[in-house]
Design a protein around this ligand. Sequence first.
Ligand code: G6P
Length: 622
Amino acid sequence: MCGIVGYVGPKIANEFLIEGLRRLEYRGYDSAGTATLNGGGGIDIVKAVGRISGLAAKIAQTPNAATIGIGHTRWATHGVPNECNAHPHYGGNEDLAIAHNGVIENHAELKQSLVNKGYEFVSDTDTEVIAHLLADSLKTELERNGHADDDLALPAAAVRAATRKLRGTYGLAIVFRQYPGAIFAARLGSPLVIGLGDGENFLASDSAPLAGYTDRIVYLSDHQLAVLTTDGIQLSHRDQGDIDPDIQVLEVNAEQVDLGHFEHYMLKEIYEQPESISNTMRGRLNDDDATAVFGGLNLSPQELRKIKRIVFTACGTSWHSALVGEYLFEEIAHIPVEVEYASELRYRNPPMDNDTLIFAITQSGETADTLAALREMKRQGHLTMAICNVVGSSIAQEADGGIFLHAGPEIGVASTKAYTSQCVALVMLALYFGRLRHVSYNEGRRIIEDLKKLPAMVEKTLETNDKLREVAEKYQHATNFLYLGRHYNFPTALEGALKLKEISYVHAEGYPAAEMKHGPIALVDDQTPSVFVMPRGFIYDKVMSNVEEIKARGGPVIAIAVEGDNRIAEVADDVIYIPSVEEYLQPIVSIIPLQLRSYHIAVLRGCDVDKPRNLAKSVTVE
Ligand code: G6P
């Protein structure tokens, strides 16, 4: 949620800042701004409500040759989206400017003490509190140590002192009028990445803006402070002194964050799924042992053998893949599984045995509730794992071990390729746990062979696109949809309904198909289409009865069924045919037409597919 960028070097700062903000726009997009240091010893802030294109146009009106600056794109938490609340914010008497991600919980009390000292607030944000607090800390440091304009230790000490007073989360980028050659960055619970260049350095709240500029990066950890100048970076812990930076290689390249020939990131990411699924499986299927291999679980097979129960915790789309995981683990690994909303788990106190393993499933690795649930489980002494897409993210850093999805950057706010990669990772994990217990060599080999065919099946499923566009046109004005499926396709129904709600603002409810008799069937009329996810399987006939029940009440039916199923064509109004795969792999194939259908309905209704209203890609507030 919200994005931060920073640049210091020989080039025009605004060029990187605007491009970086464009790439971060998916994290928040109600307003944006930049702060650059001008040659006259002042800080220029430019802000605009709405998208980055508006900010870019405004900046283009006043040429600005500054070579150091910071920028921010906002997803409002405190205060409505307007120019005044947009970041960066000045602190003191325009002595500094800051951009902030996160939420400051004690902002009210801090504000009162700053008001008492004479600081004037112009915005409704919690961020302005940090800005004035920093100005106040700088004043104290200057009074204590005298004016040493070239000594960056002094503003760094001010940042340390100010951040000690903050309760909550922050990723901060700060520039000081008096120290025009440096950007200061500090982190607690909200990610920041430094990009190391040649005579230039970059800052961003995730790695997407850095792709194509540098491939050497340093992730900041909690309580760390970085000072970026043209000469290099200096890293320290807030309370423990200097740290040697752990320089890592950025694996994202510029093409991965470009739209290419696609009109929207969501469509691009839907079409990337044959490849992203292959990447999730790459190097992890072991034919000889008929099992999956994971390098990062950090637990021996002997330790994992002792696990008696698994808890998956997640939010949003990731929670739906956790549900798929529940079915997979029951069937393949025979291990009891519970699926918990992270926002609920974090405040519950469920009795759990020692031999319970917790998996946090998350695309971004930054979702505040998932992180809090993981921490609570760790605090209780449980082993925690992450199934995560973003390397270097908070959850990936804090879990005891885990699996990276390697799905590549997901930029569309509605999750698509991360979801299918999560499901694939869960199949492999269930295979791994199953092979530690009762799954035979032959059965393991069969699962591996099925998995290997999956990317081609997904590729074939994408061929439904034209038909889905047609069907979307037919139902584009419907305002209510039911999504129904059973067993492995119950989570698909939930996820299909969520996709439609998220990007087209059309109401949709996902239900287990048989459960619709207990309420949702009252909604059925000729204006309320039902989408049935019903590939063949042991439950097919039962779902067919549910289709008949809907038809008997005049409800239109759109069916997602497997090729060759003529029976459904006689009953349903529209049928989308997908390839036949084993039942436990159906969720990975059957979700694809539902992703495409939501996409087409959203486009037909004129919605902003990649940046749906009120949503953000990663929800870093509670
Ligand atoms: C937000 C996004 C969803 C995502 C959810 C969980 O609500 O809009 O697409 O599923 O957060 O995010 P995570 O990064 O933890 O998977």
